[in-house]
Design a protein. Sequence first.
Lengths: 169, 497
Amino acid sequence: MAVAGGEPDMREEKWGVFLIPLLSLLYVGYMVLEQYLGSYRASTVNYATGLGLVIAVLALSIIFGEIRKGSAASTDAGPEQQQDAPLGHLFTAKSMGFLLLTAMFILLVEALGYILAFFPYLAVILWMLGFRPRYMILVVAAAITAFVHLFFVWGAGLQLPKGVLHAII
Amino acid sequence: MELAYNGLILMLGAVWAVPLGIFVGMAIGAMPGLNSSGMLAVLLPLLIMMPPEVGLIFAISLYAGGEVGNSFPAIILNIPGNASSAVTAAEGSPMMARGEGGRALGLAVMASTLGAFGGGLLILVATPLLSNVALSFSSVEISIVVLFGLTAIAQISSGGLAKGLLAGFLGLLMATVGTDPMWGTFRGTLGSVYLLDGIAIVPALIGLLAFSEVIRMMQGDTSGISMPKAIVFKFKEMVGGFVETLKMPFVVIRSGITGMIVGIIPGAGTSVATFLAYQQAIAAAPPERRAMFGKGSSEGLVSADCANNAAVSGTLVPLLTLGIPGSSASAIMLVIMAYHNLEIGPRLFSVNGDVAYAILWSQLLAGLLIIIMGSAVAAYAYKLALIPVRLLIPIIAMFMLIGSFGANGYVFDMWLMLGFGVIGYLMKRYDYPVVALLLGLILGSLFEGHLNRALRMGFGSPEIFFTRPLALFLWALLALVVVGPALMRIIRRKDRV
C-alpha cells in the first residue's frame, strides 16, 4: 500500500489494540454462558468460570490501559513526545487478498479436488506477489501441484480430496 | 545406566535424522523470514508419521541447525533472520566488511559447536537427575508448574505480563473445547462434530506459528534481496576462527552456562540467551577490548552464538522432566510425543526412558556435527537468503494447507489453521506471546485433569494447594516470577536516587 509520493502508507487502525481483549471477552462470554444455560456439572462450569474470570479481568485491564495510554498521548502530544512507531494497516491489500484466496481454496478444495484447487491458488498468489515472467507463474504453479501429487498423494499415500477428478486420479 | 545405553542404541538407529535435521535447519535458518519453529510446524505432519524417536531427533536437530544457519546471512549479508542472530549480524558483518568473513564464520561455527556440545553434555547428565526430583510431584505440584510455565512466558513476553497471561489463560479455556473428560458432555463445540475431540493441535500450531508468519511476510516487502557479487572464503581463515574461539574458554563457558539456564526458563528462548550472554561479554571485557563491541568483536560474536546453541539444549529440560514446553520448538516436540502416546511429564524417564535418552544423545551428536556441517555449508548457505520470498510463500502455503489436513483428514482443519493463523498474526502484531496461547492449548487438558485430581485429593477443598511444602515452594517461585521484575525496578530506581 502506498500513498501519493511513493511513501509507504503507515496509517494504523487505532482500534486494533482492542481486538484481542474484546475477542477474548466475547469468547469467554460464549463459553461460560453455554455452560450456565446448558445442563453441565458444577465442576465443569466452575472451571470455565474460573478461567473466564481471570481472562475477563486481564482483558479489561488491557482495554483500560490502552484507553489511558491513548488519552495521555493525546493530551501530552508534542513534537518532542516519543510515540510508538505506527504499525501500518491491519491488513494490506496483499495480505487480505492472500487470506481471501486461502479461504476460497479451502471452500473449493472438496468440490474441485486438490489438483484443480491448488493450481489456480498458487498461480494467483505468484501473480499477486509480482512473480515474473508470466509463463513462469504457470510453470511454477504446475510444478508445485505436481510435487503435491507425486510426493504427498502418490508417495506418502495422503488421501487429499480428489473432487471432480476422482475418476481419473 | 541401562536406560542411557538403550537410548544410545535407539539414537544410533535413527542417527541419520541428526545430520539431515541439522542440514535442513541450517538451510531454513539461512533464509531470512523463515524460522525453524515455524518450519517445524509446517513439517509436523511428516514428523508425526515417523517413528517417535526419529521425529523427535529430527525436530531438535533441525532447531539446533536453524540457530547455526541464522548466523550465515547475518555475517555475510548483514541480514539477521531472527532476533537471536541480531548480535551475530552486529559483530559479524563489520568483520565481513573488513575482509575477515572467513574468520567470522569460523568463530560462529566453533562457538555454536561448543555451545551445542556443552549444552548437550550438561543436559545428558542433569536431565535424568532432575526428572527424579520431578517424580515426587503430585497433581497439586504439576498444576502449579503449568501455571508457573504460563507465568514465566507471560513475564518475559515483550507485551507485558497482562498480555502474556491473557494469552495463556485463553489457551487453557480453548483447551476445554470438546468432550468433557470427567462427565462426557460437549463444551464449546459451536455444534460442530469436528470439535467433539477438541481443537486439533496440529492445525492450531501450524496456524499460530507458521501461517501467521506468512501473513506478516505478505504485509511487508516481498521482492527479496539482490546480491551483486560472488563471495569467496578461504577455509584456512575459518580454521583461524576455530582456533581463536578455543582460545577464549571463559567466554565460551560463561555464555554456554547462561544460554543453558535461560533455555530452561519457559518462554525465554534463544534471543534472551543471546542478548544476556552478549551483555555479560561486554561487562567482562577489558576497556580496550570493550571499544570493539559493535565493530566486529570476536568475544561478542562467540558469546552470542555459544549462548544461542546452549539455549537449544536448555529448552529440552522442562520438556523432558515436567512435560512443559518452554519454546515453540519444544511445543512441537510435545505434540509429537503426545501423538505417539509417550508418557508426558515426570514419568517419561521411567516409562519411555530410552526415547528421552535418545533425544539427549542426539543433542551431543548434533554438537559434534555442527562443526563439520557448519564448515561445509557456511560458505554457500547465505545464497539461500537470495531466494525470493515471492517464490517461498506459495510453497510454504501449500505445505501448511496439506499439513493441517494431513493429521485427521478433515478439510475443517484447514479452516482451523486459517483461523488460528489470523489470531496468531493479530497476537504478534499487538505483542501477545503466541507461545503462551499454544502452551495453554497443549497443556489445558493436562492442567484440568491434574487440577480435578488435586481437588479430589483435598476432598474438594483448595486448601491442599497451600499445605504441601513442595507446593508452597513452587508458589513462592511463581510469586517471584510475578513480582520479581517489578521489585528489581524499584530497587534500581532507589539506587539511582
